[in-house]
Design a protein around this ligand. Sequence first.
Ligand code: FE2
Ligand code: FE2
Length: 490
Amino acid sequence: MNDFQRQMTGIPASGKMSDTEFDPIEGATLLSLFFGLGKTLRLVGHDNDTFKNQIGKFWERFELVAEGADKLTIKIVTGRLFINENLCRTALKSEVVLEAIERWNALAIGGIEISFQPETTGLATLFQILNQTSGVETSEEIQNKLVRADVSGIRLLSTAEVEEGTGLPEEDRTHMRRQARSVFFQSMRAISESTSQILAGREGNIRQTKQVVHSLVDQLMVEDSSLLELTAIKDYDDYTFAHSVNVCIYSLAIGVNLQMDHRRLSQLGFSALFHDIGKTKLPSDVVKKPGAFDNEDWIMMQRHPSLGAKMLLKNFPISAHTVRGALTAFEHHINIDGTGYPRRRELRGLNLFSRIVTIADTYDALTSGRIYIKQQISPIEVIRKMFYQMDQKFDQLLLKVFINSIGLFPAGSLLLLSNDQVAIVEKIHPDQPGLPVVRVIGDRTGVRQTAKLVDLAAAESAEVHIKRFLNPQTCNIDLKYFVLNDLPVE
Ligand SMILES: [Fe+2]
Ligand SMILES: [Fe+2]
């Protein structure tokens, strides 16, 4: 990450967020202990030692996570868990927590505020009531039961209270966006560092690469629009590593939609990150040539898949990651009908990762206007082009999965609305891909100091529709500024 990005994102060189001391692992343990209380109570009585022990551990962890504060808030926002506004992704790996989320959702409980009071009674009563509650009671009715049972220091929050407005509360949305930026730039740094190591004849850092891929997967699992929005920035001075990270994010979005397990997602992310590593062996004046390629340039460029495959096999310890990565690097320009390069004597089916990365790579190359076709095209035109070439180049099913993942108006797209307002797509509704949630940032007279969130699927926006995509360059709008900063939202 360069100084500009660090300054824009507020991320220190260590990559750790500057404004929080929250430890997600401690947070996840606290949540497992907390939600586990309900399960334990179903098996044993409240005066059982196991239960008392668990409550004791919960209060110990409470003190640690709350860092001296006497109150702690746990929120469930569209399947995500937050402790005091800190996202706690790791907690979703616990079965007890997942079960509890489902149960709390059914009861329309969006969260809970707990005051520090290291005793057993309050929490025991809470979970006794919750275990006996049927699905028809509201969080308010359950709260009344707590009051009648003389329980103080515990306040239930309703789902509506927690998920006001267009989905995420503003602090949560800002937090998500910051976290996505942190993961995005850490990934850029990881691929850049590994590439330098490989070019210096050393081994690439597979551990660091796996770590960033896992972070990207975790982020995509809980909320994909903040990461997808970052892929819309196309005007980095050096696009090489941003392209690799974008291709990785698009590929993982397809993998997540195909419900791949973590192991395969990790291999897919690794393969996508390094798909173009072979280009680093080519003269940079050819790779970064601003104009169109001539015949000689093309011959040179067509060497990058085989160069990449060799580099991966030579510079990483042999593992499933490197073998699949090498195969993907080798195959990502072959095309589904074998018309691409490198030419192969007999046409064998391409491996799944290559078919996924080809789609992600082509989409990013065409939307960036940086690679091969030196002109920026809107996402919808790119999708149209890709559909037109579907039989020759792409796996039809995977292309549909990809379009489903990013939507027709992908996060980060700059739009002109019918009321002449200029907006950036914030997130898509999977069931209404043509009506995203947008952030209005200006109108024809100029940009605003504050952003306004508008849900185009909401009844009050029925009169407003999307007129067309805007090209940030020709409109002179610094999209990067609006994506990397959090304007106050009115
Ligand atoms: Fe390539
Ligand atoms: Fe590429």
